[in-house]
Write a protein that binds this ligand. Sequence first.
Ligand SMILES: [Zn+2]
Length: 120
Amino acid sequence: MTEASCHCGAVRLACAAAPIEVTDCNCSICRRYGVLWAYYSPTEVNLIPADAATDVYMWDDRAIEFHRCRNCGCVTHWSPADKSVDRMGVNARLMPRDALARARVRILDGADTERYLDES
Ligand SMILES: [Zn+2]
């Protein structure tokens, strides 16, 4: 188990395991946020509190909700608008430093090819 927390602590995410790898994506939104995503099934993540005060940003085809703390502004996670989708992203930069330090950072070309640049 590892926990991600925004700066003020109002929004926390308890994740089933520390990430083995995290994704640094260069798409138009991720590069601006400067986030590192750890992907989970929504069943592996508990939002604390369950009604945590986040604001949501959506764009493009509105498939993904980007959540940020309403108080301190940290981008905390994204969740699928379609709740049947079994995938979400937690901003690993909000995790303890040692958990992040152990994770492999993978570079995703989300802006163009949707491929990891460390794959040939
Ligand atoms: Zn906060």
